[in-house]
Design a protein around this ligand. Structure first.
Ligand code: NAP
Length: 252
């Protein structure tokens, strides 16, 4: 894997879970990483890890569904480092419910945090990437956005929206040497999925696990490696693609 020395990356929602693993993977390749989460407290664990290994990072807390907050966040990054090479849109939430019970608030929140955030961050980052004629953007989708999932019309729609967004933006910015790709994990052991078994019940859990040919969930590090692949300078002729990291759950 290539060395990312001198590259500046921003990873949203990286105070824990997959985002934290993505930061770690990027820092181990010597990238400077801007760590975003909703607040400083949530981001601190990841910041501490980077400091412990002697990496360089900047904490940029912001609610990524808030357009003005995102603009300010990218301004801080550009003021500090003069550029942004890599953007990983990872922040996401779930508010699961069957359609008939889903509230407007549950729909709106998931669409705002999972999908509008991608619009906000890409719009802010692409301006700077275009100027430098270089960029790597990776958006976190999900197998739910490809195959759908019971109790997740909001989440599945947001993650399917990310796939359409990824392909459209990939076409818009390809000539500027900016790639835009998506990663679609199935089940990953993180705080987001802690307690899932209690929420969906043992029988549903058994069925979900039975649908994974590899018979286990992904680790955050396995997802981070797929993200890292798209972030490398050498991977410059792959764009608009969706890479499933799902133990074989969704094929074809
Ligand atoms: P996680 O453990 O819940 O971590 C997500 C992080 O994003 C949290 O630190 C969260 O902060 C932060 N966040 C939430 N809303 C935000 C906002 N408005 N602005 C900035 N940060 C915000 O989730 P994860 O499992 O690592 O998931 C990361 C991504 O992978 C998500 O997009 C998720 O949909 C996707 N994914 C996960 C799985 C899985 O099985 N875990 C599978 C497929 C796809 P708070 O905790 O304070 O809200």
């Amino acid at each position: 894997m290539s060395n990312l020395e001198g590259s500046v990356a921003l990873v949203t929602g990286s105070g824990q879970g997959i985002g934290c693993a993505v930061v770690q993977a990027l820092v181990l390749q010597k990238a400077i990483v801007c760590i975003n989460d909703r607040d400083q407290e949530r981001a601190q664990g990841t910041v501490d890890w980077v400091n412990e290994v002697g990496g360089e990072c900047l904490s940029v807390p912001a609610d990524v569904s808030d357009c003005d907050a995102v603009q300010e966040m990218f301004q801080k990054v550009v003021d500090a480092y003069g550029k942004i090479d890599i953007l990983v849109n990872n922040a996401g939430v779930t508010r699961d419910n069957l359609l008939m019970r889903m509230s407007e608030e549950e729909w709106d929140l998931v669409m705002a945090v999972n999908l509008k955030s991608v619009f906000n961050c890409c719009k802010a980052a692409v301006r700077h990437m275009m100027r430098k004629r270089y960029g790597r953007i990776v958006n976190m989708s999900s197998v739910s956005g490809i195959a759908g999932q019971v109790g997740q019309v909001n989440y599945s729609a947001s993650k399917a929206g990310i796939i359409g967004f990824t392909k459209a933006l990939a076409r818009e910015v390809a000539s500027r040497n900016i790639t835009v790709n998506a990663v679609a994990p199935s089940f990953v052991q993180t705080p987001m999925t802690d307690g899932l078994a209690d929420r969906v019940g043992a029988e549903a859990m058994k069925q979900l696990n039975a649908a994974i040919p590899m018979g286990r969930w992904a680790t955050p590090e396995e997802v981070a490696h797929a993200v890292l692949f798209f972030c490398t300078p050498e991977v410059g002729y792959i764009t608009g693609q969706v890479l499933s990291v799902d133990g074989g759950m969704v094929m074809g």
